[in-house]
Design a protein around this ligand. Structure first.
Ligand SMILES: [Zn+2]
Length: 167
């Protein structure tokens, strides 16, 4: 079943919804369609293309709740990218690294944990980035929010029609 990307009025991606839900929002005149799929659907009163990307007319305010600290959210924050060599990997090929090793008092926290590929993790070992001469792509931060689309978009190819609207 086709999925529809819902954008805020400001064009930020908000959610992935079913196309049926998107059509309901269209009928309620809450959204405009920015892109659609080839497939047409028919109801008693109309025929239309399945919407691929819709945009809300009215801005909805995000209430970012605290982002939970866990492995998936670390990977999502780092876009499944090793923070040392820049390789994008699937979940199974990734691990996480304590920037300051635990043996040196490094904490298990947003600001000391980064996504890391296994070879970089082995290479770095029990050293700081400076000692290992491995530079971080960017310093790790605690995110205020994560894209709702999260890992689903990063680990599976989004539909062509969405691409102009993503990041
Ligand atoms: Zn790496």
């Amino acid at each position: 079943m086709e999925r529809t990307l819902l954008l805020n009025s400001t064009y930020e991606p908000l959610l992935v919804i079913t196309w049926r839900k998107a059509i309901v929002l269209m009928c309620l005149e809450k959204v405009e369609t920015l892109a659609h799929y080839e497939r047409r659907v028919r109801s008693t009163s109309m025929a239309l293309n399945v919407p691929a990307v819709v945009r809300l007319f009215k801005r909805v305010r995000y209430r970012p709740s605290t982002v939970r600290f866990n492995r998936t959210n670390i990977y999502t924050r780092d876009k499944y990218t090793c923070q040392y060599c820049g390789t994008v990997e699937s979940r199974g090929e990734l691990t996480y690294d304590h920037v300051v090793p635990r043996s040196r008092g490094g904490k298990t926290s947003w600001t000391n944990i980064v996504t890391c590929c296994k070879p970089c993790n082995r290479r770095k070992g029990n050293r700081t980035p400076a000692e290992a001469r491995m530079k971080l792509l960017r310093p790790p931060v605690k995110p205020d929010w994560l894209p709702v689309l999260g890992s689903t978009l990063i680990t599976s190819e989004p539909p062509e029609a969405w691409k102009p609207f993503l990041w």
